[in-house]
Design a protein around this ligand. Structure first.
Ligand SMILES: Nc1ncnc2c1ncn2[C@@H]1O[C@H](COP(=O)(O)OP(=O)(O)OP(=O)(O)O)[C@@H](O)[C@H]1O
Length: 320
């Protein structure tokens, strides 16, 4: 049964172990959730509800760390991802497991290596997997993703400190997608991203994954964008799933007070947008400007694109 799912959480409970003065803390309580092949699932909930904890454990990140280092761990039920049981996942299985799972952490944009260009950062996972990966192909794939994520044309040659926090987060998303993961787990992929392109970033993640028959679990506060992109949504509140289904199923007839508050928020948002088509058009104009906002003109950009593969090739050894 479980192996038909890309992710299958069955009554899973996840705990942060006790350390120094703090007692153990249960962050996820008896969650049951599935992600099918090709399915895009949104995960929403208030701050501290357990979304990042679930994302971290499902992506194998929690298992990367060792010993009693305060990482969350599965203490009840089961969490199976790509056929691997995350409860007690052995470190020697991790490398194999993480080949199929892309993970974009909530703060991934702020953790990009500072002295690498965007071209190198996005392509790096390809070289970490296969140090002889074709460098022109890597440059092309990185450029395609950077472009798909609506980053300005000159971004490829820039370093993280030259980008806004939202642009850095989009670079992290491109990095998470470059290995064509069977499952992408993206924790707030639009954190800090300009409101005019937030929806587009989620659309790109969902579109790319869906077009390959791959899946995604997207943690986001942006219900409006999720509505367009996801097949189903799970609402988590104080570690417990309080809503699960299509957006309509969950928000049209909410049973739980927290889901009802989100439904009201979504409704207000939609009314605002329905009343305000002109403002939306203006935002589209701004968005076009954002793509070409930097000092590069089209000629420079073309030279930059030619330089992308060269940049990766030249620094390929470092990139490994
Ligand atoms: N290292 C840790 N040790 C102990 N408790 C933690 C740790 N990290 C998070 N928690 C607690 O676990 C619970 C779930 O946190 P989590 O970060 O998963 O929530 P979240 O829904 O992702 O919130 P946000 O939207 O703010 O990121 C919270 O009560 C939080 O305080």
């Amino acid at each position: 049964m479980a192996d038909r799912h890309i992710l299958h959480a069955s009554d899973v409970t996840i705990e942060y172990p006790a350390h120094s003065v703090s007692a153990a803390h249960t962050a996820v309580r008896g969650v049951t959730l599935t992600v099918a092949p090709g399915e895009i699932v949104g995960l929403v909930g208030s701050s501290g509800s357990g979304k990042s904890t679930l994302a971290q454990v499902a992506s194998g990140q929690a298992a990367v760390r060792t010993g009693n280092d305060g990482s969350p761990r599965v203490v009840g039920g089961s969490l199976e991802v790509l056929g691997y049981e995350m409860r007690g996942l052995k470190r020697r299985k991790l490398a194999e497991f993480t080949l199929g799972v892309g993970y974009v952490a909530q703060d991934a944009g702020s953790r990009l290596t500072s002295n690498m260009t965007v071209a190198e950062l996005v392509a790096e996972p390809l070289f970490l997997r296969d140090k002889r990966f074709d460098r022109n192909e890597a440059g092309l794939r990185a450029a395609t993703l950077v472009d798909a994520l609506l980053l300005p044309v000159g971004t490829m040659l820039k370093q993280p400190h030259e980008l806004s926090s939202g642009q850095r987060q989009r670079v992290a998303v491109a990095r998470g997608l470059i290995l064509d993961p069977v499952l992408l787990i993206a924790d707030e992929p639009t954190a800090g991203v300009d409101v005019s392109v937030r929806g587009a970033v989620i659309d790109v993640i969902a579109g790319l994954q869906r077009s390959r028959g791959a899946s995604a679990l997207i943690v986001s506060h942006d219900l409006e964008s999720l509505r367009r992109a996801v097949d189903r949504v799970a609402v988590i509140h104080e570690g417990v799933v309080v809503g699960l289904g299509t957006m309509d199923e969950v928000f049209d007839d909410p049973r739980h007070p927290y889901v009802a508050s989100l439904a009201a928020e979504l409704h207000d948002h939609e009314e605002l947008h329905a009343d305000d088509h002109e403002v939306e058009d203006d935002e589209d104009d701004e968005f076009e400007d954002d793509r070409f906002e930097d000092d590069y003109d089209i000629e420079d950009a073309a030279a930059g694109e030619n330089g992308i593969a060269g940049g990766v090739a030249g620094d390929g050894d470092d990139a490994r």
